[in-house]
Design a protein around this ligand. Structure first.
Ligand SMILES: [Zn+2]
Length: 221
């Protein structure tokens, strides 16, 4: 049974349609028409860095509205041609915006979890860092768990889990979120898959992610 007072939480989506009837954080993009009062996140994706002059972006304008509840997605992607130092510099800018506005960071990270961990150690942020589309080794997961990071998974990441001894089971339920990212699936389908993989009832997952949301975002939904 799904608790009436709780809703599915979609921590990261690029699709405005997935916002209906759920709690969703829509990733801002200039060409998206926003549903009224939808929660959104604002940031520069590592893939987009070359299209922006980070110095001239008026972050205040985008991130100060109350319905901008997170900063990102931003991060580091080692599979792209943009130089690492440049990506780190842009990511550091987002860390400072996240701390200034007291809004969590939604992080895109590809083959750069050690760098993210290192930056977390240096900056000791007060805001939550949420690694979206997370999949990695058990050891790296444990290192990130030790630093208190949060983890979000979609269908793609959940389907990589093959047994009881992989990374998914190293993530405490208290650090877990789910997402649809740019996929066509619904967040309900992702929760159903997670329920199977984690052997935890859907209503329990809804309750857990609702509590996690309160801890991260510091307001009630
Ligand atoms: Zn995304």
């Amino acid at each position: 049974m799904i608790l009436k007072e709780h809703k599915f939480i979609n921590i990261h989506t690029h699709n405005p349609n997935s916002c209906a009837d759920n709690i969703s954080i829509l990733n801002y993009a200039p060409n998206i028409s926003f549903p009224d009062k939808a929660y959104f996140s604002y940031g520069i994706h590592p893939w987009d860095i070359e299209n922006h002059n980070i110095e001239t972006i008026n972050f205040d304008r985008y991130v100060s509205p109350n319905n901008c509840i997170a900063i990102g997605e931003t991060g580091i992607d080692k599979t792209i041609s943009t130089k690492l130092y440049k990506q780190v510099m842009v990511f550091e800018k987002h860390i400072s915006i996240s701390e200034k506005y007291k809004k969590p960071l939604i992080i895109h990270c590809v083959k750069a979890h050690s760098e993210i961990l290192e930056l977390h150690k240096i900056y000791k942020p007060t805001q939550a860092w949420i690694l979206h589309a997370y999949a990695n080794s058990i050891q790296m997961t444990r290192n990130l768990v030790d630093k208190g990071l949060y983890f979000s998974m979609g269908m793609r990441e959940l389907s990589r889990s093959k047994g009881k001894k992989d990374f998914i089971h190293s993530i405490p339920l208290s650090k877990l979120f789910f997402e649809t990212d740019n996929s066509k699936q619904s967040i309900q389908e992702v929760y159903i898959e997670a329920s199977k993989k984690l052997n935890t009832a859907i209503d329990q997952l809804i309750e857990i992610t609702t509590i996690n949301f309160h801890h991260c975002f510091n307001f009630s939904i």
